[in-house]
Design a protein around this ligand. Structure first.
Ligand SMILES: NC(=O)C1=CN([C@@H]2O[C@H](COP(=O)(O)OP(=O)(O)OC[C@H]3O[C@@H](n4cnc5c(N)ncnc54)[C@H](OP(=O)(O)O)[C@@H]3O)[C@@H](O)[C@H]2O)[C@@H](O)CC1
Ligand SMILES: Nc1ncnc2c1ncn2[C@@H]1O[C@H](COP(=O)(O)OP(=O)(O)O)[C@@H](O)[C@H]1O
Ligand SMILES: [Mg+2]
Length: 282
């Protein structure tokens, strides 16, 4: 295994793009977030708001009908399109001009949702982030991984990674299997944890920001929104993954003196994205 490249400020400044003075929301990128189910619409609220705060121009959330008012009221800046089903996603039918899609947070794994994911993957070649239940559905249906477009970003936590690649017995075996999965399927894998590693074929990166405050409900959902936003802003997959993971961790480092480990919640990541960006400008 190649020794990992540290994702530090230097690596970030090689990739970070400042905003053009004359940009407008129409060219700043449109991110679509797909997910949510009854009782887990919050995951989509977090992902959608994080996408907006990471800088894309437009965000649309695709949720089951029970999520309509929740997302509209909690994030007035986001647009909402609903599935035909009340409580879970049953068909991802939309006719929108978007630049990137993040799918999975809070989505559940109902049979109809599984079929919806299958049909969606068969029909999209847009830049994509696959997280949470969308990853779990792929683990249940391994042949569907072949439907995933090259350069797609997968963001598993350790349990989701195990479901995807199978059990490992040593760290070396875990990385070996992840590298093979990345090479065979041509995907970028964000191995979330402490620390987070990013695997792009044989290239392995290790993040240097973040702390245990991030061990809180919804912090992965926020990361999905952030990376999807960066993809929508035309960052290459590997750069979106690297920059998203770095900024996400940096928010927790910035907030820690005020919140401590215990009272930091996923919304605090979103609140501190601005300060994380500003620290790149100074
Ligand atoms: N407000 C909302 O709407 C929210 C909605 N959410 C949505 O809920 C759905 C289910 O997602 P989920 O991740 O909670 O469940 P699941 O895949 O069974 O994994 C849990 C198990 O994985 C493990 N594990 C996790 N991290 C680990 C680590 N760092 N290091 C080691 N192990 C780790 C750990 O396993 P254990 O160690 O207990 O065996 C843990 O018990 C999903 O759609 C998500 O988006 C949530 O985001 C919450 C907020
Ligand atoms: N102890 C920790 N130190 C640093 N980062 C952590 C720690 N625990 C969790 N994280 C980060 O928090 C996020 C958790 O993601 P995930 O488990 O998908 O949360 P959720 O599904 O609740 O949104 C990941 O980005 C992970 O790297
Ligand atoms: Mg998660």
């Amino acid at each position: 295994m190649n020794s990992p490249i540290a994702i530090d400020r230097n690596e970030i400044l090689k990739r970070y793009k400042t905003i053009d003075k004359y940009t407008h929301k129409g060219i700043q990128g449109h991110a679509l977030l797909v997910g949510g189910s009854y009782g887990k619409i919050g995951a989509m609220c977090l992902a959608s708001k994080a996408a907006l705060k990471t800088g894309c121009g437009l965000v649309t959330a695709f949720v089951p009908q029970c999520g309509y008012e929740i997302v509209q009221i909690s994030i007035p800046e986001a647009m909402v399109v609903t599935d035909d089903h009340e409580k879970y996603i049953s068909e991802i039918a939309l006719n929108l001009d978007v630049n990137a899609i993040g799918i999975g947070p809070g989505m559940g794994q109902k049979m109809a949702t599984q079929k919806a994911l299958h049909d969606f993957l068969s029909n999209t070649s847009l830049p994509l982030v696959i997280d949470a239940d969308a990853l779990n559905i792929l683990s249940h249906n391994p042949s569907w991984v072949a439907l995933v477009s090259p350069r797609t970003i997968l963001t598993p936590h350790p349990k989701e990674l195990e479901r995807l690649i199978g059990k490992w017995y040593t760290e070396e075996e875990k990385f070996g299997k992840t590298v093979v999965f990345s090479l065979v399927n041509q995907v970028v894998i964000v191995m979330k944890g402490a620390p987070t590693y990013i695997v792009d074929g044989e290239m392995i990166y290790v993040n240097t920001t973040g702390n245990a405050a991030l061990a809180t409900a919804g912090s992965g959902d926020v990361l999905t929104g952030m990376i999807t936003s960066l993809l929508a802003q035309s960052y290459r997959s590997i750069d979106a993954a690297i920059l998203g993971v770095y900024l996400h961790g940096l928010t927790a480092d910035i907030a820690l003196p005020e919140t401590g480990y215990q009272s930091f919640i996923a919304s605090d990541i979103i609140v501190n994205i601005g300060k994380a960006y500003l620290s790149l400008e100074s």
